[in-house]
Design a protein around this ligand. Structure first.
Ligand SMILES: Cc1cc2nc3c(=O)[nH]c(=O)nc-3n(C[C@H](O)[C@H](O)[C@H](O)COP(=O)(O)OP(=O)(O)OC[C@H]3O[C@@H](n4cnc5c(N)ncnc54)[C@H](O)[C@@H]3O)c2cc1C
Length: 458
């Protein structure tokens, strides 16, 4: 269906925010995602300014036989596919954050970024379980799971969600928690954005203390030696240490700090909630390998968001990830055969995150995805400004998944899946239950998540 069938005057009259249509002067800005490789062509874009705007968008889209897709930043816009017949609801204008320092909770509007929460919580010594990049959206990240720098000691961010304000496909605004709508509350915690449009999220914060965090750098030529040492080292760590082994090929771009611009490294990034002495003792075997740079220092919440050196703004990138059951030496050799210094796939970043600890699934208290039955997570990404680079990166990613197949977990991680058609993000029983929740709340499939869940009739 086309936007001709959307009742444009009626929708416009109800919106506190804006409605942008194809051909409008701001159309290209309105339809743009953070992920610049994605060329989104929805039927209309609603720039939501309030929960009432979301209600109006869902009601009028559904009335016109259209679907809706919610987007905070567009960090994970790649798997959405064609938006024909869809009204894109952008929540980036809804960035309110209220901290309750007594209850240790945050109540955030749908478009809040992690930077917003980190800044608002810091004066109270509190922090959310933010991911590595400050400009990722709290809602998309938390609905998908949420793997933070404190993941091994605190678990997934989705497990900290205590309530959500959502608009369901029938256009009803509801406050959803474990008592009011237990099935929907279960589904949105780890099951993604297929079930309702979230207008606000309430979640627990943690006392941050002064964790030590930073990066040890070596020349990329030492990748095998350093990553094998890191792999063995992870087996010795307490849950207070979360770390990443990574290959990084910094581009020759002005945005990249001069000391690393155009250079390539193997790095170990880490955050430790141990005290200084215990962290130094834990780090001794890696420091004995003589890193050329060592930036480990006590971090604020904002500094934690600098460790991973994520791009400061929208990027044309192509990436994908998967989970590993284990990382024996042969698996690491296979990884290096595709992305290592001698390989002909010059991926910008190839990382392996150490899981375990508090990331073990918590079926009793958690939602659809409450943790990972996996030992490591892999994510690779390249900058791909032109189609040929996108295709080359896809070929490299395919080659990597193929060589890693013997150690790959049967399920993937929704937030790290940037292509449709990868491993399912949950086991068959969980997917079946999610399908039944979808059928109960959205039988016509009005609400589109980037990782869709098909309705399963009762
Ligand atoms: C640079 C970078 C760093 C990252 N670091 C981490 C990390 O450390 N840990 C980690 O776990 N992940 C990380 N990610 C992945 C990130 O968590 C996912 O891309 C996530 O989906 C982003 O959420 P978003 O809201 O910003 O993106 P969007 O693309 O806006 O949203 C993604 C999906 O979430 C759903 N959604 C968003 N808003 C709503 C809403 N209001 N209501 C209903 N559904 C909604 C929709 O299905 C939407 O398609 C990173 C990604 C990038 C690009």
């Amino acid at each position: 269906m086309s936007s001709n069938e959307l009742d444009v005057p009626a929708l416009r009259a109800r919106l506190d925010g804006g409605l942008v249509l194809p051909g409008d002067p701001s159309w290209d800005d309105a339809r743009q995602a953070w992920q610049l490789t994605v060329d989104q062509h929805p039927d209309a874009v609603v720039l939501a300014a309030s929960a009432a705007d979301v209600v109006a968008a869902v009601e009028l889209a559904r009335g016109a036989g259209l679907r809706v897709a919610a987007q905070g930043t567009g960090h994970n816009a790649s798997p959405l596919g064609s938006l024909a017949g869809t009204v894109l609801i952008k929540t980036s204008g809804m960035r309110g954050v209220v901290i309750d320092p007594g209850a240790h909770t945050a109540l955030v509007e749908a478009g809040a970024l992690w930077a917003d929460v980190t800044a608002a919580a810091a004066p109270y010594g509190l922090a959310g379980l933010a991911g590595t990049a400050a400009d990722v959206g709290v809602v998309g990240y938390s609905l998908g799971g949420g793997l933070s720098w404190l993941a091994r000691s605190r678990g997934l961010a989705a497990n900290q969600v205590v309530a959500a304000e959502v608009v369901t496909a029938d256009g009803v605004l509801r406050r959803v928690d474990a008592d009011s709508d237990p099935d929907l509350f279960w589904a949105i915690r780890g099951g993604g954005g297929s079930f309702a449009v979230v207008t606000a999220l309430e979640f627990r914060l943690v006392e941050l203390g002064a964790p030590l965090g930073g990066t040890l750098f070596w020349p990329i030529e030492r990748a095998a030696e350093v990553l094998h040492a890191w792999r063995g080292w992870t087996a010795t760590l307490p849950d207070e240490v979360t770390s990443v082994g990574r290959l990084l090929r910094f581009p020759m771009m002005d945005e990249v700090p001069e000391p690393v611009r155009g250079r390539s490294f193997v790095v170990v990034e880490l955050v430790s909630a141990l005290d200084g002495g215990a962290t130094d003792a834990a780090l001794a075997p890696l420091r004995a390998l003589g890193p050329v740079m060592d930036t480990v220092h006590p971090c604020t919440g904002a500094e934690l968001a600098e460790i991973h050196m994520d791009p400061p703004g929208p990027m044309p990138g192509t990436g994908d990830g998967f989970l590993l059951d284990a990382l024996p030496a042969e698996a690491l050799d296979a990884f290096l055969s595709v992305v290592g210094p001698e390989a002909d796939f010059p991926v910008l970043s190839a990382e392996i995150r150490h899981l375990g600890g508090a990331l073990a699934p918590q079926p009793a208290a958690g939602g659809a995805v409450s943790g990972f039955d996996a030992a490591f997570a892999v994510f690779c990404v390249s900058i791909t400004p032109v189609e040929a680079a996108v295709k080359a990166t896809h070929r490299g990613l395919d080659a990597l998944s193929e060589v890693m197949r013997p150690w790959s977990a049967p399920t993937g991680y929704l937030n790290f899946a940037e292509r449709a058609g990868g491993a399912p993000f949950a086991d068959p029983a969980t997917l079946d239950r999610l399908g039944r929740v979808k059928a109960a709340y959205d039988p016509a499939g009005t609400i589109r998540g980037n990782h869709p869940v098909a309705p399963v009739p009762a």
